[in-house]
Design a protein around this ligand. Structure first.
Ligand code: FHN
Length: 689
């Protein structure tokens, strides 16, 4: 309990009244019946666009520490700042220019419908008057409950307020694990379940005393102390406090790294997936997801970070995400004085100008089955008698026309969203609707065209053609994912000609022993119902086996320390340690960041075939076979998996993997997939040196 001078007064007079108010101010809906997923998600799916705010003590150093200038909200960990030293930022935190109403209006004018702000980030500092912690904004010179003020401003402006709350807590004595470098902070006596009670008490305060909270955006769930059981319990606890609240998938353990989507098949909790700093290639029918992104390179304010995404890029990302049925959570890292960086304000205002005219093409948009086009994106909205396709034209094609393949519906009309009186010609060409563009774009960033179509959606995307790989050594196989629609048939050719209703009808996988160009098309009542799809399967010769079996199983490694942005820079480094290993493991590392590895071995290939290789790494990695680059997963990035393939002859080949870690999370996983086999680690018996 906070020990404040007026505590006795509280108990005597105020506290009973406060308790009455607290009960009275229980989150709207506490105790109300649970909503269905669709009821709960309705406002969020309509919103499509929100503001992420990362703000806390880290805004004071603003990314700089002892001459290094590339830090953000992770500065305490990445710069290894001792607890006591970091705490010295608290008496410096006095954002005298903070104006909650101004923040909310900036978000509103940008066309955003919700705000997600860090109530507590990994450093443990609370931006609100936390009853169970002194490490909060009330213990700074500012002495104002920032989240309470934001709650009031959001209520007045009709903005949904949401909280980002970190499960990982680098400060609380009961949170484990400690930071690897914090050898001076004993974990003796730490009680993780006591930490969970502490976190739940804060969440109850946030969810029941700060008005109608739209989303609890958890993060920091990846450490081994947080389990699936804890995740389910925490999710259910929050849901018991506010049945209508939306909870992201980082409350539990089902998130697949920075891709953000929830592993299928488990009972992982979370209402939506959370891709981070990336946009999925396609939408996921029936799955809610939100891409969160920074405007520059940092979440927390970094005064030296000048790598800003342009307003044009951000608006294109917004349309791309909406065209796949996702939400865009765009971040601002406010400065220590409480203001948004001017570069952020400039982008919010530019996005707001576009949204003011074109917002209806984003809000409530569904994933369009048409996929992405060179010229732009398409969002879809259903209506009583049909549906609307919003054509987001980033670049006007020279042809002056937009070609929309596979749309069986008849067009009602087409016009410019920003100038509804301008009718545009639209006609049918086989399976496609073709829209004539005006001579000039109305908006140089994204001109939106409204295409009204009749009847229920009858859009047939390109048939999904599946091949294990575009190359083969002995036999190539091609499968077509047939749409389960009664009036649709798939026809194909293998001589390079265009399929017709009289071409062979696809019924089972096709197998080839020579290089072949396959062309596939959907037909409906004898008419083309999709665009044309071509796939080349190429017969190749396997790379000869030029290595020998090594004297012993396993691989050799060299360990390096340094700061790099690419694995290519490792070759200038001097190894700190070398040795033998039984797997591509980071275990020999001597620190948590700024280090690298080179792994070398000979790899036994059992048969002349095409083999797939994968690296999943945070940060960069590359994989070479016989000195040739097969997987390029290099660069500074979150956990990311890249696949490469190589045609290899039976026998021994050389394999080399390079890896480096910048700062933050680190991960390396090297796997292979023999033809027809399972993806997994390369067996030790296939490695030698
Ligand atoms: O570690 C955090 C990071 O600081 C930031 O909050 C992002 C934004 O979601 N999430 C984690 C990194 O994945």
């Amino acid at each position: 309990m906070k020990n404040r001078p007026i505590i006795s007064f509280l108990f005597l007079v105020v506290l009973p009244f406060a308790l009455f108010c607290q009960n009275a101010s229980e989150a709207p809906g506490a105790g109300a019946p649970l909503l269905s997923q669709n009821e709960r998600m309705a406002w969020w799916r309509e919103a499509r666009f929100g503001l992420f705010i990362h703000w806390g003590l880290y805004a004071i150093p603003a990314g700089e520490w002892k001459g290094e200038t590339d830090y953000g909200e992770w500065i305490r960990h990445s710069a290894r700042i001792p607890l006591e030293t970091y705490d010295e930022f608290a008496p410096q935190f006095n954002p005298v220019d903070f104006d909650a109403r101004a923040w909310v209006r900036l978000a509103k004018q940008a066309g955003m419908k919700y705000i997600v702000i860090t109530s507590k980030h990994h450093d443990g500092f609370c931006l609100f008057d936390a009853r169970n912690s002194e490490f909060d904004v009330m213990s700074t010179p500012f002495k104002r409950d920032i989240l309470k003020e934001l709650s009031g401003a959001c209520r007045e402006e009709g903005m949904k307020l949401c909280f980002y709350h970190s499960i990982m807590d680098w400060r609380h004595p009961d949170y484990l694990p400690r930071r690897p470098w914090e050898t001076d902070r004993s974990a003796q006596g730490a009680d993780f379940s006591r930490y969970i009670d502490y976190m739940k008490a804060q969440l109850k305060q946030l969810v029941t005393e700060y008005g109608d909270i739209g989303v609890l955006w958890f993060d920091g769930e990846w450490e081994e102390t947080w389990t699936h059981e804890y995740g389910k319990d925490l999710h259910d606890y929050v849901r018991s406090l506010a049945p209508a609240i939306i909870i992201n998938n980082r409350v539990d353990k089902g998130r697949q790294g920075m891709h953000g989507m929830t592993l299928e098949g488990g009972d992982y909790r979370g209402d939506f997936g959370t891709p981070e700093q990336e946009i999925p290639d396609t939408g996921f029918p029936g799955v809610d997801w939100e891409s969160c992104m920074t405007m520059n390179r940092h979440w927390g304010y970094n005064k030296n970070d000048t790598v800003w995404k342009s307003s044009e890029d951000l608006l294109h990302k917004l349309a791309d995400i909406a065209s796949k049925g996702g939400n865009f959570l765009l971040n601002v890292g406010p400065m220590a004085n409480g203001q948004f960086p001017p570069e952020s304000v400039e982008r919010l205002e530019a996005m707001g100008r576009w949204m003011a005219v074109n917002g209806e093409s984003i809000y409530g948009a569904e994933a369009s089955p048409l996929g992405a086009f060179d010229w732009g994106r398409v969002t879809l909205k259903r209506e009583a008698e049909g549906f609307i396709l919003y054509l987001h034209v980033f670049d006007f094609p020279e042809s002056g026309q937009l070609h929309l393949p596979g749309v069986a519906n008849e067009a009602e009309k087409a016009y410019l969203l920003a100038a509804p009186h301008t009718a545009l010609d639209v006609r049918r060409e086989e399976d496609a609707l073709v829209v004539n563009l005006p001579a000039q774009p109305l908006d140089t960033i994204n001109t939106v065209i409204v295409l009204q179509c009749r009847g229920p959606v009858a859009i047939y995307p390109l048939p999904e053609v599946k091949v294990e790989s575009g190359i083969f050594v002995h036999q190539g196989k091609l499968e077509v994912e047939q749409p389960a629609l009664p009036d649709i048939s798939v026809h194909y050719t293998t001589d390079g000609s265009e399929p017709s209703p009289n071409s062979p009808k696809y019924s089972e996988p096709l197998v080839f022993s020579e290089s072949t160009m396959v062309k596939v098309r959907l037909f409906r009542d004898g008419q083309p119902a999709s665009g044309l799809l071509s796939r080349k399967l190429e017969k190749v010769s396997p790379w000869p086996a030029g290595a020998e079996k090594g004297a012993q199983p396993g691989l050799q490694y060299a360990y390096y320390e340094g700061v790099w942005k690419s694995v290519a820079e490792l070759k200038q480094a001097k190894a700190k340690q070398t040795g033998a290993a039984g797997a591509f493991s980071l275990a020999p590392r001597q620190r948590g960041d700024h280090y690298g590895f080179e792994f070398n071995a000979n790899l036994f290939i059992p048969a002349d075939e095409v083999y797939r290789f994968f690296t999943r790494s945070d940060d960069g990695s590359r994989l070479f076979i016989d000195g040739k680059l097969v997987v390029d997963n290099d660069g500074l990035h979150g956990a990311r998996e890249i696949m490469g393939q190589a045609p290899l002859a039976r026998g021994w080949h050389s394999i080399r993997v390079l890896y480096f870690e910048g700062d933050g999370s680190d991960e390396l996983k090297v796997e292979w997939q023999p033809p027809g086999g399972e993806k997994g680690p390369i067996p030790l018996e296939n490695l030698s040196f």
